[in-house]
Design a protein around this ligand. Structure first.
Ligand SMILES: [Zn+2]
Length: 623
């Protein structure tokens, strides 16, 4: 890597931040260390084949004062997040933190162990359970609770239990209503695009260090082991619902449509402990994650936080979540949850107020300032979400991509616009000159805009490429947000070294296997190449014997439609098979047994021939 040193403009900005940050408030360090029992040594987790799936020791450089190439606030957050080990939350509840992007929590029951949120990978979850048992003794896992439908909260479930034990009734799996549907949908429909962008967001290919990846704000990064899923045996549907698991009473609060579409908070009266899932963490969270997602609803989010405060606040000696460190004593729990609530409510309400005065997202993002009391709380800082991109997301949620100005209704797409800008400015060399002047004056945002036009006109122009890489790097050095830093530095890396593709794939076979037939048909429909298929008119009956269900699939006008219905006698073919075998067909296996076709076998071949795969290497920072 040709890393460049920090420029005076970023040095100056960091110095100004240092003057404004609430550095006297060091309670987070006490809370992050409280209850420490033991660390995993070394802090590295391997897969069965020896591959490293987690290496927390690579963050050992996060010591002392912030280097000039890292925002001092992000440096502090990374120091907190990179702490690793087994911690006592209260006697009877333990967390392993720093062994994945998320935390795993162990609640001791009368005889066994309730596991909350088993991380992303089988290997990291198993390592965490072993660490727990070394210090707390052998206890069988009797239940797993998924707090919500994101993969860092269920993917490692095979590390703590097995399908056999769940099917034998030895282990209960508890999740909020709609869990499977949302867990699957998020990882499959837009999976390839989100996966490619997640590589930018978490900085998976970046070298770790003061000039590279220092963390992701929410956790240090994502693990890269085996991902699985076990379908819940109990879905929680109603706020106020209580269940007693292994002698431990649990009181549930539904919080759908918040940080995840399917999410819940829950309270343990015996331990006076409240689990806030991922709705109250020590960061401003994402209303729109930069890898791409549907925009979340900050209004509903804040409403559920108020309900949690009113329902559990004065009964809670501790609140913990599946990221970051807990908060102790009822007073501080209420204050912390209230601050988080105010943060999301403020961004929502003020964005609406300003958009109703005619401002658009990019303008509101610059206008909005947090109230001083919120600015002075560390937990409101944008290490994962940011005020800037969250405000634009709120605008998007209510108003969409169009800001209402007709001159912006039909602009040229980026490459077409770029050549015209570059021409108007006097050619690409002149654009680079102007960008250099902007760079030298510290206006990296304008330099990036100019150079974006240059690269989208001629991506092989070396001076433009090098200066854009240097520009994105300075923006990375200046970012308080961990994912912004990763995005900027990933862009710089691709400009210098070429496309790094998708470093970690998300759609694991165990998750794809949980698709309902309808979701599977939707996934197939999404991959139909429209123009290639628009002259075809194919009708196929599909009988899934394992589910005792019959469907009609029709491809017409480039659209694949499915309906649950008995066989159409006029269909070209009838396929009788099982869902697992159908998944095999989608993966390209049409010859193994278990696939019975009557009628025209060519109909299936024709349909399969129309399907496009996503491109894991699509370009982002170049045209
Ligand atoms: Zn999470």
């Amino acid at each position: 890597m040709q890393n460049k040193p920090v420029t005076p403009a970023i040095q100056k900005a960091h110095a100004a931040h240092l003057g404004a940050l609430p550095l006297d408030d060091t309670r987070d360090f006490e809370d992050a260390d409280r209850g420490f029992l033991a660390a995993l040594a070394p802090g590295v987790v391997h897969a069965a084949d020896g591959r490293t799936v987690w290496d927390n020791d690579s963050y050992a450089f996060l010591e002392g004062e912030a280097p000039e190439t890292v925002h001092p606030s992000l440096w502090r957050q990374s120091q907190l997040v990179a702490r690793q080990g087994l911690y006592e939350v209260v006697a009877g509840i333990y967390q392993v933190r720093g062994l994945d992007l998320s935390n795993i929590t162990f609640v001791e029951g009368d005889t066994g162990l309730i596991v909350i949120d088993p991380l992303i990978s089988t290997e990291t979850a198993a390592a965490a359970l072993t660490l727990y048992r070394e210090h707390r003794g052998e206890r069988d896992v009797v239940a797993v609770i998924y707090s919500h439908s994101h993969i860092d909260h269920f993917g490692g479930v095979f590390g703590v239990t097995s399908v056999e034990d769940v099917e034998a009734g030895k282990v209960q799996v508890i999740a909020p209503e709609g869990f499977v549907e949302h867990a699957v949908a998020e990882n499959v429909y837009a999976g390839p695009a989100m996966g490619r962008r997640a590589g930018y967001m978490y900085g998976a290919v970046l070298a770790r260090g003061p000039q590279g990846q220092v963390g992701a704000g929410l956790g240090q990064t994502t693990s890269s082991g085996e991902v699985g899923m076990i379908v819940p045996t109990l879905e929680v549907t109603t706020t106020g619902e209580t269940h007693t698991v292994d002698g431990v009473e649990i009181e549930f609060q539904m919080a759908p449509g918040t940080e995840a579409p399917s999410e819940m908070h829950f309270y343990f009266p015996k331990y006076r402990a409240l689990c806030m899932a991922e709705n109250a963490t020590h960061t401003l969270h994402n209303l729109l994650t930069l890898r791409g997602a549907l925009v979340r609803d900050p209004h509903v989010w804040s409403t559920y936080l108020t309900e949690a405060i009113d329902t559990f606040g004065d009964r809670s000696d501790v609140a913990f979540a599946s990221h970051h460190w807990p908060t102790w004593t009822s007073d501080r729990v209420v204050e912390y949850l209230s601050t988080q609530r105010d943060l999301y409510a403020y961004l929502h309400d003020q964005t609406l107020r300003l958009l109703n005065q005619g401002y658009q997202g990019a303008e509101i993002a610059e206008l909005i300032e947090l109230p001083p009391a919120l600015e002075n709380a560390w937990s409101t800082h944008g290490y994962y979400g940011s005020v800037s991109h969250n405000v634009k997301a709120i605008y998007q949620r209510y108003m969409g991509w169009f800001d209402g100005n007709p001159t912006r209704l039909w602009p040229h797409p980026p490459a077409e616009q770029a050549t015209r800008y570059v021409d108007a400015l006097g050619g690409i060399d002149r654009v680079v000159e102007l960008a250099q002047a902007a760079f030298d004056s510290g206006d990296f945002r304008w330099a990036a805009t100019l150079l974006d036009h240059a690269i989208f006109t001629d991506e092989s122009h070396r001076p433009a490429r090098e200066l854009l890489a240097d520009t994105l790097e300075q923006l990375g050095y200046g970012a308080e947000n961990g994912t912004w830093r990763n995005f900027f530095l990933s862009g710089a890396t691709e400009l210098r070294e070429g496309n790094f593709g998708t470093p970690t794939a998300t759609s694991a076979p165990a998750i794809v296997a949980q698709l309902t037939p309808e979701q599977l048909f939707d996934a197939i429909a999404i991959s139909v190449n429209g123009p290639k298929a628009w002259d075809l008119d194919i009708s196929i009956n599909l009988v899934l014997t394992d589910l005792d269900a019959a469907y009609r699939l029709t491809l017409r006008n480039g659209v694949l439609i499915h309906r649950k219905a008995e066989a159409d006698p006029n269909a070209a073919a009838t396929i009788t098979t099982t869902k697992p075998r159908l998944l095999g067909v989608m993966a390209g296996d049409t010859s193994s047994p278990g696939l019975d076709i009557t009628g025209d076998a060519g109909a299936l071949t024709a349909l399969l021939g129309m399907l496009d795969q996503g491109d894991p290497n699509f370009d982002i920072v170049t045209p």
